[in-house]
Design a binder for this molecule. Structure first.
Ligand code: DON
Length: 505
């Protein structure tokens, strides 16, 4: 399952050729970099959570890193005011890309078919072009001014007349880059001609990524975050993603109230889940960051004892004020690309990958001669304590900018095991709404016994401690809202929350 039929098709072809889920994950990621340029990428980063037929639980971290010349206050002006335009747009917003390294690492350890075969579908799609969807046409049109502003050279993504559904998007430069990677391996991206092109692109503006940054990039294998939930074993992403920890905290806290006894999206169920979200996100802001730079408090944060204590001030009578569950550093603004792949194969392997450029088309910068978008992942650091990132998330010391550090993420690629075998493979884009969407989708299946499609499509809500508002999708049950408003909850309707890609076996 992926966000684009042509990318899913590329993965399915690989499975038919005898490849395994890891091979299919690689082919699908490369294909998404072509057919879903808003989020699919080679200029971004991601996480892979896997389960092998031998029973190994895998967590690969190919998150971007801060360049070595990055520093804590790099986005502050002389007055100490944060300039989030710089952390979100243009060359200074770019973290050192990890995706190509991650895909090669995956291949070396778990792949079956040759890498050249896995890249080929993407090359064909880039070279021959493909018909774009209406949504893609609209997004390209809406972002046109930004593309022009951040690129001095013509790119494949703008043309003289507006894009429309069915137009063919051909990406010749990207096809060249992919062919180079196909021929020379990951070095072609991190050291050779491409590295030169990327660094030259940095120099066309205020970018700071160097040849050394690229050469030093490494995928890290982490210990997968594992915990039990109602006779299921959950395997998710550890730090530097907050996703797995948040998921564990939320599932465990809501289980204190026997969630399954209330109807799905009833006032009681929603209240319990919102309060679990509130407490988990307060912890995110205070404790979470790259474990290679901070003290890793994961085991404490997901322990029964800690969470029981955290849950003490929960009451069905009224909302818990956010100030009572965490130190409020500043009043954040609220604002609102990423994509997820879920795969199982006939051999018994399961793979969940969430990959991202961060914002829609990332920094909007396309590498001249390379043909691909660069991420704007630097914005996922706390640019300044208390200043919210583009998803309204605040943070402090734990997630401050430091050279070579990975920025905190919310991505939550997750595999749920039942009787020791893969049962659910799930994940989604959506910034901070990622852990809450994964949380609700899993609860919908396990506690509320819903089918996968209703679990995914049913109205979602989202709370993240700050702002002190619960966001709900437009079709959310009015009765639940009315009852909870009387208990001091404030709701705000917004567009879709998450675009969850779920397999239930
Ligand atoms: O790593 C993160 O949490 C964010 N960069 C994810 C961004 C995202 O999901 C945007 N999607 N709509």
């Amino acid at each position: 399952v992926s966000a684009h039929p042509l990318a899913s098709e590329a993965g399915a072809q690989i499975l038919k050729k005898g490849g395994n889920a890891f091979d299919a994950a690689i082919a699908t990621q490369f294909a998404l970099a072509v057919v879903y340029p808003q989020a699919g990428n080679i200029g971004g980063g991601g996480f892979l959570v896997g389960y092998t037929k031998k029973g190994e639980k895998i967590a690969l971290d190919y998150r971007e890193t801060a360049p070595k010349n990055a520093s804590r206050d790099m986005y502050l002006d002389e007055k100490g005011k944060a300039n989030t335009d710089l952390s979100q747009n243009g060359r200074l917003a770019v973290g050192v890309p990890g995706s190509v390294s991650g895909m090669f690492y995956t291949h070396q350890k778990f792949g079956k078919l040759p890498m050249s075969v896995l890249i080929q579908p993407a090359i064909d799609l880039a070279q021959k072009g493909f018909a774009i969807t209406e949504r893609e046409a609209n997004l390209l049109n809406e972002t046109r001014e930004d593309f022009l502003k951040h690129n001095s050279h013509p790119t494949a993504f703008t043309k003289d007349i507006p894009w429309k559904k069915g137009d063919i998007l051909v990406q010749k430069e990207l096809a060249q880059t992919l062919k180079l990677i196909q021929k020379q391996g990951q070095k072609a991206f991190y050291e050779g001609k491409n590295a030169q092109l990327l660094v030259s692109e940095m120099k066309r503006g205020n970018g700071i990524i160097t040849l050394e940054d690229l050469k030093n990039y490494k995928t890290k294998e982490r210990k997968a975050l594992q915990f039990d939930y109602k006779n299921h074993e959950i395997v998710s992403m550890p730090l530097p993603s907050s996703g797995g920890i948040l998921l564990a905290q939320m599932l465990k806290m809501s289980s204190f109230e026997n969630l399954e006894k209330y109807p799905q999206n009833s006032p009681e169920a929603v209240q319990v889940m919102v309060e679990a979200e509130r407490r988990a996100f307060a912890d995110r802001a205070e404790f979470m960051g790259d474990p290679d730079f901070i003290e890793d408090k994961t085991q404490m944060l997901i322990s029964e004892e800690y969470l029981k204590n955290r849950w003490k001030n929960f009451s069905f009578e009224k909302a818990t004020p956010s100030a009572e569950v965490g130190k409020i550093i500043a009043q954040p603004k609220e604002s609102t690309e990423t994509t997820h792949i879920s795969i199982i194969d006939k051999f018994g392997n399961a793979v969940a990958v969430t990959t991202t450029l961060n914002g829609l088309y990332g920094s909007k910068v396309v590498v001249k001669g390379g043909g691909y978008f660069l991420n704007n992942e630097m914005d996922d650091f706390s640019v300044k304590p208390g200043v919210p990132n583009m998803f309204g998330a605040v943070g402090g010391e734990a997630n401050k900018i430091e050279p070579n550090k990975r920025m905190l993420s919310s991505m939550t690629p997750t595999i749920v095991l039942k009787n020791g075998k893969p049962y659910i493979v799930v994940g989604t884009p959506g910034g901070t709404t990622i852990p809450t969407s994964v949380y609700q989708s899993i609860v919908n299946v396990i506690d509320f016994k819903m089918t996968p499609s209703s679990a995914v499509n049913s109205a979602k809500f989202h709370h993240q401690w700050l702002p002190e508002v619960v966001f709900v999708e437009k079709n959310f049950p009015e009765n639940t809202l009315k009852i909870l408003e009387q208990k001091n909850y404030k709701f705000e309707k917004r567009g879709g929350i998450g675009r969850t890609e779920m397999i239930v076996i």
